[in-house]
Design a protein around this ligand. Structure first.
Ligand code: GLV
Ligand code: MN
Ligand code: MN
Ligand code: MN
Length: 395
């Protein structure tokens, strides 16, 4: 990792799942934030936390037209080392190299780490950037619950924050001039060390709650059961089928919760979380509509009910063409690629010119402990980001 992530290597390791589990306001998150402040101080930057739990490190006083770069430090459950932290660590490394070269920016430069990008604890991805831009209602954010029933507001307060101040942050947005996020590439789309992002596919998360009747696994007659696991299983297989029939569609069930969850207990309810993605908003809508219809039918066939809740939805994003072309030109005509992964950059793109740099991922594996990027490619990413920052912050 070219040493970039060495200081983060022990923070949030997950001995049960492998890889890393770092979730907003947990102990790993607290240690990641300490790392951020230490790294900022070592680069001569001043750290602030905004009202939405996002971290900022400023080169020069915060002010308008700032060039902002960064990513996130949280992970999916059992995630890799690179998704998120690579963008933050590379941002510090790029600023450091500009400072050592004696570069004097003509406008403020800041490194940012957005909170709860993966939605790994409270279910809504890019929560910090959505709150910052007002893309989520703060009342809704405050009431989000983790798997233990703790609300976002309670967790934030326990971590020393003030959830009553959550919401669109006009002051922070006034400072934002341009945003550039460096990220490990997450598919198999990049055959050079560094590329730029063209856009992000539409995506979202839906929770299907199937309700049946809890009963005894040994004594309840098969034809007498209302077992919600059956329509849940039907949804899982239908998701693959419907996505396969949709051009560039993807639909995934990576999380499922039977209630109460006992081997010898017919569940009384099952929650199934569906992640659906496709290049266009309409295609995602169609996939979810078709799966909702199939889920209703499968539930009815088993005498069960189903309720569908949209937990998050992100429209397709096209990044600012002028900024993208400018970055690509600086980087020896780096290739431009679309991505199926969500990013805070996709949220910020609605507010300011935004670009993304991707660092090659040799296997394409991501959201898993095997996620990898070669040290030489990471170093090339830092050099690329340094070049972009130098250009954007120049007089
Ligand atoms: C975030 O990485 C996502 O695309 O889910
Ligand atoms: Mn991710
Ligand atoms: Mn990420
Ligand atoms: Mn018994």
């Amino acid at each position: 990792m070219s040493g970039l992530l060495d200081d983060l290597a022990d923070i949030g390791r997950d001995p049960h799942r492998g890889g890393y589990s770092r979730h907003v306001f947990d102990d790993a998150d607290r240690r990641s934030r300490e790392w951020f402040a230490d790294r900022a101080a070592a680069c001569g930057l001043t750290t602030t936390t905004d009202r939405n739990a996002n971290l900022w490190a400023w080169w020069g006083p915060p002010g308008p037209d700032a060039v902002v770069t960064g990513s996130h430090l949280d992970s999916v459950p059992g995630g890799g080392a690179f998704d998120g932290p690579l963008g933050v660590a590379s941002a510090f490394a790029a600023v450091d190299s500009l400072r050592h070269a004696g570069f004097r920016p003509a406008r403020p430069v800041a490194v940012v780490a957005f909170a709860e990008e993966e939605g790994g604890r409270f279910g809504v991805p890019c929560l910090g950037s959505r709150l910052l831009t007002g893309a989520i209602d703060p009342d809704r954010a405050r009431a989000l619950r983790d798997a233990d029933g703790t609300t976002f507001a309670e967790a934030m307060r326990a971590a020393g924050g003030a959830p009553e101040h959550l919401g669109r942050d006009e002051e922070a947005l006034r400072h934002l001039g341009r945003f550039v996020e460096l990220h490990v590439e997450q598919g198999r789309a990049l055959d050079r060390a560094v590329g730029v992002a063209r856009g992000i596919d539409a995506h979202g998360r839906w929770r299907f709650r199937f309700t049946g009747r809890g009963d005894h696994a040994g004594t309840a007659r098969l034809d007498d059961r209302r077992d919600p696991m059956l329509p849940a299983a039907a949804l899982v297989t239908a998701a693959r089928r419907v996505a396969a029939a949709t051009p560039d569609g993807r639909a995934t069930v990576g999380r499922l919760r039977p209630v109460p969850g006992g081997t010898n207990v017919i569940a009384s309810a099952v929650d199934v979380w569906l992640d659906a993605r496709a290049p266009g908003d309409a295609r995602v809508r169609d996939v979810v509509a078709e799966l909702t219809g199939l889920a209703r039918q499968a539930a009815a066939d088993e005498g069960c009910a189903v309720a569908v809740t949209e937990e998050s939805r992100s429209g397709a994003v096209r990044f600012d063409t002028a900024l993208r072309d400018r970055c690509a030109a600086l980087l020896d005509d780096a290739p431009a690629l679309p991505t199926g992964a969500g990013h805070d950059a996709g949220v910020l793109a609605a507010e300011v010119p935004t670009a993304m740099l991707f660092v090659r991922n040799p296997t394409g594996i991501s959201h898993a402990p095997q996620e990898h990027a070669e040290p030489d490619d990471c170093a090339a990413g830092v050099r690329a980001l340094t070049r972009v920052l130098r250009e954007l912050a120049a007089p």
